[in-house]
Design a protein around this ligand. Structure first.
Ligand SMILES: C[S@@+](CC[C@H](N)C(=O)[O-])C[C@H]1O[C@@H](n2cnc3c(N)ncnc32)[C@H](O)[C@@H]1O
Length: 232
């Protein structure tokens, strides 16, 4: 696991990249992948994660995110939850510099949202410490630790966003055992979403007792997954 206090000098800092919908992402040298889709990072966040999980319609969303990354999914969630209480619990074991978080969001209309501004301030002041925000209607807890070792809440989340890097380079967050723990974190009726439609991910979710559905993906992605925890 990367040590947030001791960045590896051998690994270049992530570089900002434009994406096809005009939003920005960055490329991770550690994983050799981009944080968001080059076909549209903001579109992917909105379609796969926020709308895919029904969070835009939920009266009191509680999100558990694996891989806070550049905060794209967080901003996309803030964009649609005004006037409803949002609880956002995210895990990130390799936090990017505060300057990068700010730079990728410059073109995002959410860059001026008070919760995003507060997060940026806390991120630069805290330097590798977890961030907890309490803004009107927004409670965010960004934990800088390896999510596979974390004690996750049980029956808590209205939605789980699984947004690690791809299974071939970041396998620990896609293992059947960890998918089972994410399923446990969902409320009855809660929705798990991810951009991968890989067969082993589908089977892991089914083994965890979720009802799994393949959905058409955003530009550049034929299919994505949505999986629901049955009502008791
Ligand atoms: C595809 S990026 C996430 C993009 C992000 N969701 C966003 O909206 O900008 C994957 C993220 O997962 C993080 N990650 C991978 N494995 C992890 C682990 N075991 N624990 C915590 N974070 C992890 C990586 O450091 C990276 O920031």
């Amino acid at each position: 696991m990367p040590d947030p206090e001791m960045p590896d000098p051998e690994i270049a800092a992530p570089e900002v990249q434009p994406t096809a919908d005009g939003s920005l992402t960055a490329r991770s040298a550690r994983y050799g992948q981009s944080y968001g889709s080059r076909f549209g990072a903001a579109s992917q966040a909105r379609q796969v994660f926020v709308e895919g999980s029904g969070t835009h319609l939920h009266p009191a969303p509680r999100i558990l995110e694996v891989g806070f990354g550049l905060g794209q999914n967080f901003r996309a969630t803030l964009a649609v939850t005004a006037g409803r209480p949002l609880h956002y619990l995210a895990y990130e074991f390799d936090p990017v510099p505060a300057t990068l978080l700010r730079d990728v969001a410059t073109s995002d209309p959410l860059a001026t949202h008070p919760a995003w501004a507060a997060l940026l301030e806390a991120w630069s002041e805290n330097r590798g410490q977890p961030v907890q925000l309490e803004q009107p209607g927004v409670y965010a807890d960004i934990r800088l630790e390896d999510v596979t070792l974390a004690a996750l809440p049980r029956s808590w989340a209205s939605a789980v966003y699984l947004d690690g890097f791809s299974p071939d380079v970041n396998p620990e967050v896609w293992s059947p055992e960890f998918l089972g723990r994410l399923a446990d974190a969902l409320q009855a009726g809660g929705v798990f979403v991810t951009y991968s439609a890989a067969g082993h991910v589908r089977r892991g979710l089914q083994a965890a007792g979720l009802s799994v559905e393949r959905r058409p993906g955003p530009l550049g992605k034929r299919e994505v997954l949505r999986a629901v925890k049955r009502l008791l």
